[in-house]
Design a protein. Structure first.
Length: 239
């Protein structure tokens, strides 16, 4: 509570209402909106790496031959590395069923739920902590592999060269990369996703703007749309 000498009354400011409607760094200010958009951009960029890995898995499993041109599926190289020439069809089905499809579902689910989780944060500290927690979830699979797999298996996997797959559609991808459409399109996609989510979370019904007005009316009995302030004959705002 503070004494308002100009209006000759004691004013009570509620923390929840101030958190939303503070003129300096409230949730409804442009400062918090920009910070929220920045966190969402970083979150989607971290997801983009996982999406690229999934796309590589789907491309390899769909386009790599199921039968080798020679006798061996894996050919040792002179430098000690291993080159995968083909993947058996049964192994493709196994990897698709137990890895590619579930991992794709998890990534899509995590993208939607994680974005909504960040949007629901109403504090700078909570927003940072939640983004760190989501980043931890993405790296769980790598942590499990490093903890469970033996060093011999790790060395064996590192010895395998990147698996290559060929298809006519890849020629179009090379043309896009020459025009730098890949990075530009990805940046534009992430910016559009982040800005759309932030805009909708503020202007949608029961969004952050509506929540700020509701708290201002409920706690402070102020605001242009507050019927309590109209009944009491008070001012729209004490500031």
């Amino acid at each position: 509570q503070t004494w308002d000498a100009a209006n000759l009354l004691i004013t009570t400011t509620y923390a929840q209402s101030k958190q939303y409607n503070s003129s300096a760094k409230g949730i409804t200010t442009g400062v918090y909106m920009s910070f929220l958009m920045l966190i969402l951009i970083i979150w989607w960029m971290s997801l983009l790496e996982e999406v690229r890995r999934l796309v590589d898995w789907w491309v390899v499993l769909c386009f790599i031959p199921s039968e080798p041109s020679r006798q061996s599926f894996v050919e040792p190289q002179r430098d000690g590395s291993l080159e995968v020439k083909a993947v058996p069809f049964s192994l493709k089905v196994f990897v698709l069923t137990l890895m590619a499809i579930p991992r794709t579902i998890v990534v899509v689910w995590l993208a939607v739920v994680g974005t909504n989780f960040l949007i629901s944060s109403d504090d700078y500290a909570d927003l940072i902590l939640n983004s760190v927690a989501l980043g931890f979830l993405i790296t769980i699979d790598e942590m499990l592999f490093k903890a469970v797999s033996s060093q011999a298996n790790k060395d064996h996997i590192e010895a395998v060269k990147p698996i290559a797959a060929e298809h006519e559609v890849f020629k179009l991808c090379h043309c896009c990369l020459r025009l730098h459409l890949g990075p530009v399109s990805m940046i534009a996609f992430i910016l559009s996703i982040a800005s759309s989510y932030v805009w909708y979370s503020y202007v949608s019904p029961f969004g952050k703007y509506d929540m700020g007005e509701a708290l201002s009316c409920l706690c402070q009995v102020e605001g242009y749309g507050c019927i309590s302030a109209q009944f009491l004959g008070g001012r729209d705002s004490l500031s």
